[in-house]
Design a protein around this ligand. Structure first.
Ligand code: WTA
Length: 650
């Protein structure tokens, strides 16, 4: 009966594009037709139309050595010129590129001409510090314009940026600096978050004490006005170095496959992977999807993606896609609830935002607060909403469309990953009928399949593993310094098909529903965390003997980190209060990895459920963490163990 009702609801909840929207839409059915007729010609055409090539390419794809793809590889371009100079040369220099809003309420409007000049100065300053093509520069900044300027200045020089989210700890920053052997770090004294200044430069100082010593210079933006220590031989202020550098900078063109950035993301092992992206293909797909999935009309839209540049969404849909398309966008430094819970909606009203791109976890937390908060603001400029990072449940989708979008505007749910570089599955607004809860269809030029473990296509509604069957322009080109891990992680399972690590099913209309990760990667508030990484942090604490971490479903954050820890018997004498021990371990993980990794709960237990071969059965721990009846325990070495653990947890 319930299944029937669900099904009926699903049937009802399908939304045709409005004729008015469709009439002005950027995308049309022709995109699908063109891509189906000749996928490579389609991408070549997009690359030529959307980008400026200093040297045009003649080869579209070289897939002779899978999984190492080369796109447009005999062409040359400069990514920063594509995002900046060419718009100024086209007479759009006075268009606002960034409406920046600081958390304390300060703001700056920066035009394309101003942004171009600032990037040229920063490129000159970095070149003076010895940064050359191919060198790595770590960027550890709050969401301030200098973050975007830094990324583009590095790109302009053909150097490689590695942006590290400002919430990561000194240890996490140090391991990323070491892995990439960065020669320069760009940071700020501090930034604003939840009404306070959080220090960044002191974290960099601490991190550099732990690295192998590749970093020669630290360039520091003054933002928080907090006290910082200074090393005259190493540290430079941005306002003294960049502001005084020349605003003239002749950009050099680089090959399409020239590396653009490394971005670290969690995998199934304890060590984050440095995902490598290159220039021409990446920028093509970022620009194409930004234009068509968000129906961008650059001359009139005000676009706002709420992601931080520390994540892939910030790379592709704050920096590269929007700027390549000449968009006007909002960036905001702080948290959604500072100084009041309507801050985001106040920003939408202030700048007349027309396109909003955010994560389900944010939508769900606004839902909890109630519609009266957004209703205090004028949100009528909004005409398109986007979602990314995790499955959006139909209730949140409907709430987003009604309460934020006023009831009739398109909501696009976009599936993609750090590795895919750009959106892979999404409706096209004005073209596709929308279905809440489903990410829907591959974007034109992308081929997706759902396979079982043996690589056989799953027919009908049964779930399987999501794979990308053909190379795509913005695909990762490897894992920094570890080609073997690249092959093993993504390509070993299905040969020359890319294994995404997500479960999915197709419904009878051919729409794709994402079912969550099939590996040990958790998704907390749209951020990827690995169980292994948090377990190794927990066992690094002197009190811990053993630890198991699971991602338990959570109403607001999607999943939450729940840890089960056995303390060392040698510690039993000092650690008498389990509540205190659990608090200490939560704090420890936050310090070691970053606040986003802090477990929601740490349960101190005497045993962990293991199979006869010694493998921890996380499935059973997840049952406990989610308050469910514990599942089948027959494969446990000792079947009574779950009772003991349950008693300790409750
Ligand atoms: C999940 C974020 C369902 C998925 C851009 C993927 C999603 C992981 C969606 C990548 C979506 C992202 N629906 N799940 N629309 N978007 N995911 O690398 O599990 O931070 O593998 O990239 O997030 O996370 P990442």
């Amino acid at each position: 009966m319930n299944a029937q009702i669900d099904h009926a609801l699903e049937e009802i909840r399908r939304f045709r594009p409005s004729p008015e929207f469709a009439a002005q839409a950027v995308a049309d059915h022709g995109l699908y037709d063109a891509a189906r007729a000749d996928r490579l010609a389609f991408w070549a055409d997009q690359a030529r139309t959307l980008l400026h090539w200093e040297k045009p390419f003649t080869r579209t794809l070289d897939w002779s050595n899978p999984p190492f793809a080369k796109w447009f590889d005999d062409g040359e371009l400069n990514v920063a010129v594509n995002c900046l100079d060419r718009h100024v040369e086209a007479g759009l220099g006075d268009r606002v590129a960034l409406h920046w809003e600081g958390e304390p309420g300060d703001s700056r409007d920066i035009t394309y001409a101003e942004l171009t000049e600032e990037v040229k100065r920063a490129a000159n300053a970095l070149a003076d510090l010895g940064v050359r093509s191919g060198d790595r520069v770590a960027i550890y900044l709050p969401m301030i314009p200098e973050a975007i300027v830094s990324m583009l200045a590095v790109a302009r020089l053909g150097a490689i940026h590695s942006v590290v989210f400002g919430g990561f700890s000194a240890d996490s920053l140090a391991s990323r600096i070491d892995d990439a052997e960065a020669s320069v770090v760009i940071t700020a004294d501090g930034g604003y978050r939840k009404g306070r200044v959080f220090p960044l430069k002191p974290v960099v100082d601490e991190a550099l004490g732990k690295t192998a010593g590749s970093v020669r210079h630290v360039l520091v933006v003054k933002r928080g006005e907090n006290e910082v220590e200074w090393d005259d031989a190493r540290d430079l202020w941005w306002h003294e170095t960049v502001a005084t550098a020349s605003p003239e900078h002749e950009a050099q063109a680089f090959e399409a496959e020239h590396p653009l950035f490394i971005l670290y993301t969690s995998g199934t092992t304890g060590k984050p992977k440095g995902i490598l992206h290159t220039s021409g293909g990446y920028l093509t797909q970022a620009a194409f999807t930004h234009r068509n999935v968000f129906d961008l009309h650059p001359e009139r839209d005000v676009y706002w993606c709420t992601a931080d540049v520390g994540w892939i969404t910030g790379h592709s849909y704050v920096v590269y896609g929007p700027l390549a398309n000449g968009a006007t966008q909002v960036i905001y430094e702080g948290t959604p609830d500072t100084p009041h819970p309507g801050r985001w909606w106040e920003i939408v009203e202030k700048y007349g935002v027309t396109i909003l791109y955010t994560a389900p976890t944010a939508i769900r937390s606004f839902m909890k607060l109630g519609r009266q908060i957004p209703h205090e603001f004028d949100l009528r400029t909004l005409r398109l909403l986007g979602s990314v990072g995790e499955p959006i449940n139909p209730e949140a989708w409907i709430w987003y469309r009604h309460v934020i979008g006023g009831g009739s505007i398109p909501v696009v749910d976009t599936w993609w990953q750090t590795e895919t570089g750009a959106i892979m599955i999404s409706a096209l607004p004005g073209v596709t009928d929308l279905k809440p809860g489903s990410a829907q269809v591959p974007v034109p030029g992308i081929s997706i399949d759902i396979l079982d473990d043996d690589g056989v296509e799953v027919e009908g509604e049964g779930g399987g593993l999501l794979v990308v069957t053909e190379p795509w322009p913005s695909m990762l080109r490897g894992i920094w310094g570890d080609p073997e891990r690249f092959k093993e992680t993504y390509w070993e399972k299905f040969g020359d098909k890319y294994f995404a690590g997500d479960g999915a099913r197709r419904d009878e209309d051919g729409d794709i529903w994402l079912l969550g990760r099939v590996d040990d990667v958790m998704n907390v508030s749209g951020h990827r965390l690995s169980t292994a990484e948090i377990e190794s942090s927990l066992v690094a604490h002197p009190w811990t003997a053993e630890a198991a971490v699971v991602g338990a479903s959570d109403e607001t954050t999607g999943q939450a980190v729940v840890a089960f820890v056995i303390l060392k018997s040698s510690q039993a004498a000092h650690v008498t209060d389990p509540a205190e021990a659990s608090e200490e371990l939560r704090r420890h993980v936050a310090t070691q990895i970053g606040a986003i990794a802090r477990p929601r709960q740490v349960f101190i237990v005497n045993e962990l459920p293991k199979t006869r071969s010694g493998k921890i059965m996380r499935r059973l721990l997840r049952d406990l963490a989610e308050g469910r009846e514990v599942g089948d325990t027959t494969t446990l070495a000792d079947t009574s163990i779950m009772q003991i653990i349950s008693a300790q947890v409750r």
